[in-house]
Design a protein around this ligand. Sequence first.
Ligand code: IMP
Ligand code: MG
Length: 199
Amino acid sequence: MQASSFPSQSNESNGLTRDISRVLFTQEEIQQRIGELGRQISSDYAGLNPLFVGVLKGVVFFMSDLMRAITIPARMDFIAISRYAPQGQPHGQAKGPVRLIKDLEETVDRQHVIFVEDVIDTGLTLNYLLRILKTRSPASLEVCAMFDKKEHRLVDTPVRYRGFDLPSRFVVGYGLDYREGYRHLPFVGELRPELLNLA
Ligand code: IMP
Ligand code: MG
């Protein structure tokens, strides 16, 4: 393929960015906040060799940035779940039952576990996963969430580390998807309304 086949568009002018009506958190704001979280966690967990646990796929961006802001020995692992989307709901807003489709490879027993989430909405997903982890006897279990939609909470969920509070709107970017798209935007924003709920 010839080099001229590749369009040379900047991030600002490409199609993805045009789909966003409003940016809520810029790349710089997100990275700065993660630096603060990393310093706090590194200080709180010094000498404890914590295990960071994330849920695929949304958390991969936050997990990789957060881990690189951690200055103490630490490990990470992932689980994957599947949600059954109620008919007609966009995937990202699916509130059906949760099923574990990939388990951890690391042992949780007697480990200091930090459960890392991209966004907590109703808290139902997190609650279900914390209950599973608690049965495996961790030495401690805390939650670190990049974004928190507190107003949507249906079950009480203790969040020890929080990046930002989010308004109760549907957003994309920095791991958050709409029908599996937009995860790789380095910022978080709202989609233009006419793009949501396409049949
Ligand atoms: P919860 O069980 O309601 O807390 O659901 C949390 C999950 O819903 C997240 O892991 C996301 O996959 C999804 N989610 C919640 N809010 C948003 C959003 O604004 N954009 C994209 N996905 C979202
Ligand atoms: Mg999703």
